[in-house]
Design a binder for this molecule. Structure first.
Ligand code: GDP
Ligand code: MG
Length: 291
């Protein structure tokens, strides 16, 4: 008898910077979600689909539950809650050797949601530890914190133990029809993916506060054969920010565009021609953005 088809939504949750988006990209086998060393790189729900034989896991990458407070945090937290809706399993990601109050809070939040969403603990960044034996006491300690469905140490960055994690996830998926065709990797629109990849480059290349205020926006996206022509605007708040984003002799803008294009070509499945503009938001636009 052939294996029954399994399918379900798996939420990826955890503190900022523990490697949730890197893990999603690894599980999907391609770069889909923006990653960087900065907190809150992921601002929206990103959905990645991985189909292996009879199993289809629909992963939802969520923004990290921030430690700070304020408006930005509240909307991010709402995105996390939305990510949990309908999930059959939560991958609770934490960083090896670094359990803190934030992890405790995220875990508590998961457990407070009650039955039906048992967390599976993913202990990430094990490449940073020289001796794997040192992981055992950590895993033992973590196992006492909740009734985890499983505990799996991995390195999302170095691709270690990912297949074991995948097998664990598949075991916990309910018997159900697949919701997406096998070749489908995301339900995100191409426009959204372009804006995400641009945002990642802004995060990686600009100073501290600036990347959070620059808004990438796709104005045009058109296929001609296997070439995807994209016009996108990076909207800044002030003239001085425009100069920074463009950089000396346009160097910064060029490197943002080149890196985003290289990420987008495998994602969109064709060649990409990307033209970027930097525009200062009009005062009216700024006002309407606040409303
Ligand atoms: N050493 C190491 N670094 C990692 C690993 N996974 C993620 N990172 C790094 O941790 C930082 C945050 O990753 P990201 O996926 O954006 O975290 P998120 O905020 O939880 O989505 C990035 O600089 C990643 O390259 C890992 O397994 N090992
Ligand atoms: Mg992220």
């Amino acid at each position: 008898m052939s294996e029954p088809s399994r399918c379900g939504t798996v939420a990826i949750v955890g503190c900022p910077n523990v490697g949730k988006s890197t893990l999603l990209n690894r599980l999907i086998g391609r770069k889909l979600s923006a990653t960087s060393g900065r907190p809150c790189t992921t601002r929206h729900r990103v959905l990645g689909i991985s189909t292996h034989g009879a199993a289809q896991a629909i992963y939802v990458d969520t923004p990290g539950l921030g430690l700070a407070h304020g408006r930005r945090d509240r909307s991010l937290s709402a995105a996390v809650e939305n990510g949990l809706d309908g999930a059959v399993l939560a991958l609770f990601v934490c960083e090896q050797g670094r359990w803190g109050d934030g992890d405790e809070r995220v875990l508590q939040r998961l457990l407070d949601r009650g039955i039906g969403l048992r967390p599976l603990l993913v202990l990430n960044k094990i490449d940073r530890i020289a001796d794997a034996v040192a992981l055992l006491p950590q895993l033992e300690r973590l196992a006492t914190r909740a009734d985890f469905a499983d505990l799996v140490p991995v390195s999302a960055l170095k691709n270690r133990n990912i297949e074991r994690l995948r097998a664990c996830v598949h075991r916990h998926l309910p018997v159900a029809e697949h919701r997406f065709t096998a070749g489908c990797h995301t339900d995100c629109t191409p426009q959204f993916l372009v804006e995400e990849m641009l945002r990642e480059q802004l995060m990686r290349r600009l100073g501290d506060e600036l990347p959070y205020t620059v808004r990438p926006h796709v104005e045009q996206l058109q296929w001609r054969g296997d070439l995807c022509r994209i016009h996108a605007v990076l909207e800044v708040q002030r003239e001085s920010q425009r100069a920074i984003v463009i950089g000396r002799g346009g160097r910064s803008l060029k490197s943002i565009g080149t890196a985003a294009r290289l990420d987008l070509e495998p994602l969109l499945g064709g060649r990409v021609g990307l033209r970027l503009w930097v525009r200062v938001a009009s005062p009216q636009a700024a006002a309407s953005a606040v409303n």
